[in-house]
Write a protein of this length. Sequence first.
Length: 281
Amino acid sequence: MEIQQEIDYKRIADAIEYFRLNFKSQPGLEQVAEHVNLSPFHFQRMFKQWAGVTPKQFLQYLSVEHAKAILKGEKATLFDAAFETGLSGTSRLHDLFIKVEGMTPGEYKNGGEQLKINYSFAETPFGTILAASTHKGICYIAFVDKGHEEAFAELYRLFPNAAYTHITDQIQQNALFVFTQDWNKLKEIKLHLKGTAFQLKVWEALLKVPMGGLTTYSEVAGEIDSPKAMQAVGTAVGHNPVAFLIPCHRVIKATGELGQYHWGSARKNAIIGWEASKIFN
């Protein structure tokens, strides 16, 4: 059974997608509210509770003009601005708080038979997630769009011989504070990832993009000293095993268009706009 938070998010995501597909006609509040089967009053209130801004303000953060302005800005300025406004955690999180450790060949050979993995499901502002962890850190986070069983099956395919326990451990709980923005409770988040050396470099580069910031595939390629490897960077971004924490949603086209996302374009728009509303509002 869906809980109210997930129902609300699906309505908001549906509204964002409707705005995205019909932006040229500039649909009004009443039109979008009708599309998601809510009164204009309730839709406006729900949206502002979720994003902290009105739908109209939110859409400004999804515009090509806004994206281009972010891409042209100095990344150091974004870090400094977040710090000065008392939101230091939003930038420091990805620069200092998340540490990446690659799995050794022995830890994932033969389908991860040496691994003990805890996993659990949790609610976020962007829908249900499955979070999994080893004793060293988070190894997997995925949005759940087709039911718990299928979500777990995707995790199982990565590590078919691991020993699984359905439990929420401290490592997972600490990572979940990111979604609530409870920076005071946030401790260092450790990621224990299965990936090639190149993939790990790409994922670590993504962690340097602060909340509210955006980057491009070419910028990521330059960051890892592989300026001609944009296609390989794109593949690595697409294989990111830790949704949201490793912010592949912040990689957009050089034109300023937000582009596609493994977890759906509506969710990418929702996350980017939500993060911008926390920083720039």
